[in-house]
Structures are given as C-alpha cells and as structure tokens.
Design a protein around this ligand. Structure first.
Ligand SMILES: Nc1nc2c(c(=O)[nH]1)N[C@H]1C(S)=C(S)[C@@H](COP(=O)(O)OP(=O)(O)OC[C@H]3O[C@@H](n4cnc5c(N)ncnc54)[C@H](O)[C@@H]3O)O[C@H]1N2
Ligand code: MOO
Length: 436
C-alpha cells in the first residue's frame, strides 16, 4: 500500500498546466489570467458629469442662492452617449445627464434639484430655453483617467478571474483575455449494473449516481465536465469509447472496475496500456486507485490555428476511481481536484498550500470506528453549540461505509483520522476538511 501523499504526488506531478488560450470575458470566469492586462482605455475615458443637471461655468453661478437665482440661457442638451458638444459661453448652460461628456467651456455641474426645472422624466424631458440656478455649482465632474489611465497595468498574470476582474477588463477596453482554460474533464462510469437516474431498475441494477456526482463536482470546482456516458463490463466497449473521445478532453475520470473483481474492466483495459498504474492507497474510503496518461496525436481543434502543437503527441491524464460512491467523492476531493488545479494554473505540484487544506479542528460529538492502517475520511455533520466549539458527528449513524451515498447530502465536511488511530471517542479532537 502507498500513502495518500504518495499517490497525490504521483497525480499532481503527472499532469501539466494547459496551454494558454484567449477566451471571451464570460468564459474566463474562474480561470487564471496568463498575462498582465494593460488598459487600452482610460477610466473614465472622458471628463463627464456625476449628476443630472446643468453644465455651467462655475464663476457665473458663484453668487447664486434661493433668494438670488442666476438665470442662464440653455444652449444645448447632452444626454449620456450624446456626441453633441454645445459650447458653454459666459451666461449660458447646457443640460447634461450623469455620464455625459462635459461640453467645452463648462467646468462644473449644478444638479437639477438646485434649479427651477422639474426633476426626472415626464415634463422634465423637454429642454428649456433658460434655467434659473438656485445654488453655486459643485464640482460634480468625473475626470478622464481618474481611475486608471491608458497603459496602466490593471490585472496581473496569475489572478483567478472573478466578476470584478472581468468588469475591469471590459471597462478598460478588452473583450477577451489570455487564460489557462478550464480543464475539460471527461466523465465515464463503468458497470453492467448501472442505469441512468430515474429509470426503472431491473434485477441487480442501481442508478448511476457517480456520473452525476463527478460531472457536477467538476463543474463546481472550476472544470468543464464532458459526459462520456456509461459502459458495461465488456472491454471493447471501454476501448472504443476512449478512442472516440480522447480528442475532445484534457483529462478523463472513470469510476468502478479497479478492484479485484473478475469483471473489473478499467483495470483490464487500461492496465496493459502501460502508462496507467493501479495502486492500493492507505485510505478509507478510496483504497483502489489508478492513475496514468493516455496518449493521443494531432492538433486540438479547440486550441485554434497556429498554436504550434500540430501533430505533437498530446497526453491525457486518466484518473481511475473506485466505484463505491463515497469513495468517488473522497477520491475526487483528495486527488482529482488538486490535479485539476495544477492543469488550470491554480496550484503547482510544489505548492501544497494551494491544494485543498485541512481547515479546522473539531470535537467528536459521538465516537466511531476507524479502519486499521488506513487514513479515514469520514463524512461528518458540523454542529456549532453556543460555546466556541465545533462538534462533528458521522453523517450516517452507522459510521463509515463507502456505499452510504444518500447520507453524503447531509455531510458538511470530512473528518480526517490518521492511519494509526483505531477509533475516535466522544470528546476527541479531530481534523476536519470542508468539502464542496
Ligand atoms: N476482493 C476484494 N474486493 C474488493 C476490494 C478488495 O480489495 N478486494 N476492495 C473493495 C473496495 S475498498 C472498493 S472501494 C471496491 C472498488 O471496486 P471497483 O472500483 O472495482 O468498483 P465496482 O466493483 O465496479 O463497484 C463497486 C460498488 O460501487 C457501485 N458503483 C459502481 N459504479 C457506480 C456508479 N456509477 N454509480 C453508483 N454506484 C456505482 C457498484 O455497484 C458496487 O456496489 O471494491 C471492493 N471490493
Ligand atoms: O476503499 Mo473502498 O473505497 O473503502 O470502499
């Protein structure tokens, strides 16, 4: 048996960051930026009004008051988006809306509330010939480049792009960004007993819950899930499905067929390919694991022309997880997620801190048994009593069982119990890892 750390090291060092790709802003959500972004546009791009009102020369209205309004001739109307540039000479004003460019000659804005004009639309739509100003002008002018000027670096390579970063890119003139793309993870279930969720069960059949689990885990942890379907226990079915799909994925995850059964098809098909190793990992659940690399040749149609890797051999990592559903969940969190992070540039094999950390210590509210010689990942429910403690208890009162998939829904976290611990007693302190 090998340790969890040994298997994880093999997995994260067996994958490589994906090639940089230029994608539309919305597609870049959650991706790591591959190069610094400089502003093509200043923000704001031009001097503009911060208020709906009248653009004036401040000196004209310096003495204005409720009792002593200053009357100005209105020489034009400048809604936001307008190309109009009426010149504001002494004794005149231009009506202006928030965000509209300041007209030449004007250096300040009087909000409409400080004039004799109606506020808002309706009668306010009509531009008047003249306006009475009841107060001196405030500044109310947002200067070009006040936020950033063209040429400023606005986003640094390496940042994980969220909505705020993407709006910065949009406002500074960009519609695409160069990123490490999301990994396209092909998801494949194996087993003659599987039927799609919701379908009636024949004798010995069960719903394929692992496909749903893996597809949605992948999507929620920043990959693009590619459903490859389910195959039975016939080796040629799996061989054909892999051959047909290697071109359209960056990695594959399989479930089932990796243990000691006579029909363990994943082991039978992938084992002889040479680059896939099957191991027993000292953990529970998730003991039987496979990992390796499948090779494919040719250019990736999604990389676009000119990326220079035409005809290069491409390597598709394959994670072979056991079939038991709780094992699948734990294996994904402990092995596949860190590897996907490396592939999408969100972590490196040398930086374990970037891998999902053990987050907190908690107190067992009830005891449970642990498997000898294997690190246990026990699905647990967190409880927070009035004091500062965090309590945990197994999500299923029967304790740990890699088939107890329905109880996974109740779990907030995995309690991580080291291999040399035989049992957890009520009151023991345990490490807890939050889970997606
Ligand atoms: N003689 C031995 N038997 C087993 C060993 C062992 O060391 N020696 N290991 C056990 C452990 S631990 C695990 S984990 C499982 C792993 O088995 P496989 O990876 O070969 O998986 P299967 O046999 O195909 O399935 C196991 C279990 O999971 C159910 N399953 C499979 N796929 C799905 C799916 N897509 N959705 C829902 N449930 C699924 C399947 O029906 C089985 O009940 O092996 C032990 N046996
Ligand atoms: O190791 Mo298996 O994954 O316990 O059920």
């Amino acid at each position: 048996m090998i340790t969890v750390e040994e298997h994880r090291a093999a997995v994260v060092s067996g994958v490589a960051p994906l090639g940089v790709r230029r994608v539309a802003l919305r597609e870049a959500l959650g991706c790591v930026l591959a190069e610094d972004v400089t502003a093509s546009l200043a923000v704001p791009p031009f001097d503009n009004s911060a208020m709906d009102g009248y653009a004036v020369r401040a000196g004209d209205v310096a003495e204005a008051g409720e009792e002593a309004p200053v009357r100005l001739r209105v020489v034009g109307d400048v809604p936001a988006g307008s190309a109009e540039r009426p010149e504001v000479l002494a004794g005149t004003a231009a009506r202006i809306m928030t965000g509209a460019p300041m007209p030449p000659g004007a250096d300040a804005v009087v909000p409409v509330e400080r004039t004799d004009q109606p506020v808002g639309p309706g009668p306010g739509r009509q531009v008047p010939d003249a306006v009475a100003i009841h107060a001196p002008a405030g500044a109310h002018v947002r200067r070009a480049g006040e936020d950033v000027t063209a040429g400023d670096v606005v986003l640094r390579a390496g940042v994980e792009l969220g909505p705020r970063h993407l709006s910065t890119a949009a406002s500074t003139g960009h519609d695409t960004l160069a990123v490490r793309p999301r990994a396209r993870l092909g998801v494949l279930s194996t087993g003659d007993e599987l039927v799609p969720p919701g379908e009636p069960l024949g004798p010995g059949q069960i719903p394929d819950s692992n496909s749903t689990l893996l597809l949605t885990l992948a999507e929620s942890l920043g990959a693009t899930a590619v459903p490859l379907g389910s195959v039975g226990d016939a080796p040629e079915e799996l061989r054909d499905l892999l051959a047909d799909n290697l071109e359209r994925v960056d990695a594959i995850v399989t479930t089932g067929g990796v243990s000691a059964g006579a029909f363990d098809v994943v082991k039978e098909v992938l084992g002889p390919l040479g680059d896939v190793t099957f191991s027993s990992v000292a953990m529970q659940p998730g003991k039987p694991q496979g990992f390796g690399v499948l090779s494919r040749s040719g250019d990736d149609p999604d990389d676009g022309p000119g990326d220079g890797d035409c005809d290069a051999e491409r390597r598709v990592p394959v994670f072979c997880l056991p079939g038991n559903p709780v094992s699948v969940f734990v294996s994904f969190v402990v092995f596949v997620d860190p590897a996907l992070r490396v592939m999408s540039g969100r972590g490196t094999p040398d930086e374990p801190a970037s891998l999902r950390p053990v987050l907190l210590e908690a107190v067992a509210a009830s005891g449970w048994r642990c498997p000898p010689g294997r690190r246990q990942y026990m699905p647990v429910v967190l409880e927070r009593p009035a004091d500062d403690r965090v309590l945990v208890r197994p999500a299923n009162p029967r304790g740990s069982g890699s088939h107890l998939v329905a109880s996974l829904a109740a779990a907030d976290a995995l309690a991580v119990v080291e291999a040399d611990v035989d049992s957890v007693a009520e009151g023991d302190v345990v490490s807890v890892m939050m889970v997606p």
